[in-house]
Design a protein around this ligand. Structure first.
Ligand SMILES: Nc1ncnc2c1ncn2[C@@H]1O[C@H](COP(=O)(O)OP(=O)(O)OP(=O)(O)O)[C@@H](O)[C@H]1O
Length: 279
C-alpha cells in the first residue's frame, strides 16, 4: 500500500491525505430505484483504488455519473480542486479524468488505429475545432497518430494497428480500451472491469500495465469482481451495496469487514434460522 494510505482509518467516506476526486451527496435515481446515494467519497491521488460490491450495487452508475456519461439527480464532485459535477464527459476528460468503455459493435468495425484516433477526438470534444481550425487540425492529426502508435507499441498491439478492432481477442480488446483512455494523457483513469473475459496469461500482462500506470504517478480507479485481482494490485478498496459506500479499507482487511460480508451474503447470514429459545 502507498505510505500515504497506511494511516487512513478503514471507514466508509473517510478523508484521504491527498484526495484527487472528492464526491458529496451523489444521487442517481432510475424511476423508483435509487441506484446511487454516496454521501462522501474521496479517491487518493497516485493510488490504485478498487471499487467492489455485489451485482447492482451501483458501481458502474457511479462511474458513469462521475465521468460525465450520465447525469446525477443530486450531488457535487470535484477533480483536482475543480468542480466537474454536471460537466459533459469530454470536459471531464480535458480536466484529466477518463473512463474506459467496452468496444461497441460500431467500434469493432473500425481499425485499431481508427479507434485510437476517435478516442482522442471524442475525449477532446473537437467538433468545433474540426470546423474552424482545419490547418491546425492536420498537424494535430499527425500528433494524434504519433501518440497512438506509441501507445499501441506499449500495449503490444502494433501488429494489429490496421486490423478491424472486432478481430481482437478479449484480452487485446481490454488493452485497446486502456490505450484509448490514455490518448489524452489523463491524470486519472477509471477502468470498468478491466479483466472481464481475459485469459489468465493476458491477465498478468494487464495487471502489470495497471500497476505501471500507478508507478508513473497516475491515479487508477477500477471496478472489479475478481477478488484475487483486487487483492493483488489495489492500494485501497471501496465497497458499495445498494447504492451506498458501505466500507473502505486496505485490501488485506476488507474481506473481514462485516459490512462487506453483509453486502455480499445479505444481512441475514449471521442470524440462525431458528433459535433454540424459540422452540
Ligand atoms: N439505465 C438504467 N435504467 C434503469 N435502471 C438502471 C440503469 N442503469 C442501472 N440501473 C439499475 O441501477 C442499479 C445499479 O446498477 P449498476 O449497473 O450501477 O450496478 P453495478 O454495481 O455496476 O452492477 P454489476 O456489478 O452487476 O455491473 C441496478 O439495480 C440496475 O438495474
Amino acid at each position: 500500500m502507498s505510505a500515504d494510505l497506511a494511516n487512513v482509518a478503514p471507514e466508509a467516506g473517510v478523508a484521504k491525505p491527498d484526495a484527487l476526486l472528492v464526491a458529496d451527496g451523489v444521487t442517481r435515481r432510475f424511476g423508483g430505484l435509487t441506484a446511487v446515494r454516496v454521501d462522501h467519497l474521496e479517491i487518493q491521488r497516485g493510488a490504485i483504488t478498487a471499487l467492489i460490491g455485489p451485482n447492482g450495487a451501483g458501481k458502474s452508475t457511479l462511474f458513469n455519473v462521475l465521468s460525465g456519461f450520465d447525469r446525477a439527480d443530486a450531488g457535487s464532485w470535484s477533480f483536482d480542486g475543480h468542480d466537474i459535477s454536471k460537466r459533459p464527459a469530454h470536459r471531464v476528460a480535458r480536466r484529466g479524468m477518463v473512463r474506459t468503455f467496452q468496444l461497441t459493435k460500431t467500434l469493432s468495425r473500425l481499425s485499431v488505429m481508427e479507434n485510437m484516433k476517435l478516442a482522442a477526438r471524442h475525449q477532446r470534444g473537437e467538433r468545433l475545432a474540426l470546423a474552424v481550425l482545419r490547418p491546425l487540425w492536420r498537424s494535430q492529426e499527425r500528433e494524434i497518430e504519433r501518440r497512438a502508435d506509441e501507445l499501441l507499441e506499449r500495449f503490444r498491439l502494433s501488429h494489429m494497428r490496421d486490423e478491424y478492432a472486432g478481430t481482437l481477442s478479449g484480452g487485446q480488446r481490454k488493452l485497446l480500451e486502456m490505450a484509448r483512455a490514455l490518448m489524452v494523457r489523463p491524470t486519472m483513469v477509471m477502468l470498468d472491469e478491466p479483466m472481464a473475459g481475459v485469459n489468465p496469461a493476458l491477465t498478468q500482462s494487464l495487471l502489470g500495465h495497471i500497476t505501471e500506470l500507478r508507478d508513473e504517478g497516475m491515479t487508477v480507479c477500477f471496478v472489479e469482481h475478481d477478488m484475487d485481482v483486487v487483492m493483488g494490485i489495489s492500494d485501497w478498496v471501496v465497497c458499495m451495496a445498494e447504492g451506498e459506500v458501505v466500507a473502505e479499507g486496505p485490501p488485506r482487511a476488507i474481506g473481514k469487514n462485516p459490512a462487506v460480508i453483509d453486502a455480499y451474503l445479505g444481512k441475514q447470514h449471521d442470524e440462525p434460522e431458528s433459535r433454540p429459545d424459540d422452540e
